[in-house]
Design a protein around this ligand. Structure first.
Ligand code: SF4
Ligand code: SF4
Length: 384
């Protein structure tokens, strides 16, 4: 099969955050230092080489950038300052834009102004939509937060939450399917069996919920921060999508609210640590910050703070008016965060990374099966 080369690939990757890729002279120090570099996935040197050679289609079908957790060890060991860790991060952004069939991820990653404009537009649409709902379906008064006559009735908000969750999960699933096709499905040589898919399937929830591989990095704090933000985020999503009507009841339901408190603390602590780290730029994985990283962190922190304000206004100070205003602002941050970041930007890695771990195990099994007849033939001195 003819291999097409894209000589402009390195230049294209610069829009996604890559820098100094040309400095690499393939000494291999980075792969020796990487805790995850193991045959058949030699990271990050192989991706650096493919990038320099402009092998766009090969890179599009690789899982390797997703197997990197950006500990920064490779960049610290690189004698040429080629920043392999940041290159892997940039490749993950680039791959996200390739999996996305709408083309929006590509637009957002290549221009922060476009992503910011989209976030503002979705935020304004949310404002208009919620006000319209409040004054038509709801009671039409900012002075009622919960129960009959509430401005934003919990039942209606619940339906909106479910519809939005369904839409976003479908979008993400379609992009994940494309990821499978690019990395596995269209490879005529790999051909994993159905059993290989079945026997590894538990790796998907395992890596999704634990991010256990990240823990293998020498420093444990980045893993703890990442896990804190992730678990806080997932818990809040579950509460909002499934239990919004319970949370809006007049009486406090401690079983539900306790989860909310723990998740909010985890979210705020995690995002606070990450924001300070990115401002100080001392740790390798915080040295380079793409505009989309800032947008994500600021939206998450804003959503957590306005969530606290809404809760405090209603539960602690009994001000329905303040609670409704805080809730409106909260939704103006949460809806764009979900609608833009899950299918088209940073949050999509919640699906792509565990999927990559799963597919990597499937690939390893398929490659081992291919090698077995060759090794057996070698031992018997027979042609494979
Ligand atoms: S990125 Fe740096 S450490 Fe890795 S092969 Fe290239 S020059 Fe060597
Ligand atoms: S950043 Fe860490 S995990 Fe990623 S390639 Fe470099 S050494 Fe490996």
């Amino acid at each position: 099969m003819a291999i097409r080369v894209n000589p402009k690939l390195i230049g294209e990757l610069e829009c996604y955050g890559a820098a100094d890729v040309q400095n690499c002279y393939h000494c291999g120090n980075c792969s020796a230092a990487c805790p995850f570099s193991k045959d058949p996935f030699v990271i990050p040197r192989k991706s650096m080489r493919q990038l320099q050679m402009g092998l766009e289609q090969r890179l599009c079908g690789t899982l390797e950038p997703w197997l990197c957790y950006y500990c920064g060890e490779c960049s610290a060991q690189c004698p040429r300052g080629a920043e392999p860790g940041e290159t892997m991060m940039s490749l993950r952004r680039w791959l996200t834009s390739r999996y996305d069939w709408t083309g929006l991820a590509r637009l957002f990653y290549r221009s922060w102004k476009t992503e910011l404009t989209a976030l503002v537009l979705v935020s304004l649409l949310t404002l208009v939509g919620f006000l319209w709902m409040g004054f038509t379906v709801g009671g039409g008064s900012f002075n009622v937060y919960s129960g009959p006559g509430a401005l934003f009735p919990a039942h209606t908000v619940h339906i909106i939450d479910l519809a939005l969750a369904g839409l976003l999960v479908s979008m993400l699933a379609s992009n994940a399917l494309r990821m499978w096709w690019f990395t596995t499905g269209r490879d005529p040589e790999l051909r994993p069996t159905l059993w290989m898919y079945v026997k590894n399937v538990l790796l998907l929830p395992f890596h999704f919920f634990t991010q256990a591989r990240y823990r293998k990095c020498e420093r444990k704090s980045p893993w703890a921060v990442h896990l804190g933000i992730f678990l806080g985020w997932v818990t809040m999503e579950m509460l909002v999508v499934l239990f919004i009507e319970v949370l809006h009841q007049e009486q406090t339901i401690w079983a539900a609210h306790a989860f909310g408190y723990v998740a909010t603390v985890a979210l705020l602590a995690g995002t606070g640590y990450a924001i300070v780290g990115r401002l100080r730029r001392k740790e390798a994985h915080y040295r380079h910050t793409h505009a989309t990283d800032w947008m994500f962190l600021l939206l998450v922190a804003g959503a957590a703070l306005t969530g606290i304000a809404q809760h405090a206004a209603y539960r602690w100070f009994g001000s329905d008016f303040t609670a409704n205003v805080a809730y409106l602002v909260h939704m103006m941050l949460v809806v764009p965060l979900l609608a833009i970041q899950i299918p088209f930007s940073k949050l999509s890695h919640l699906a792509f990374r565990p999927l990559a771990m799963y597919l990597a195990a499937v690939h390893a099994d398929a490659l081992a099966r291919q090698k077995t007849p060759e090794l057996a033939a070698e031992a018997l001195s027979l042609p494979a």
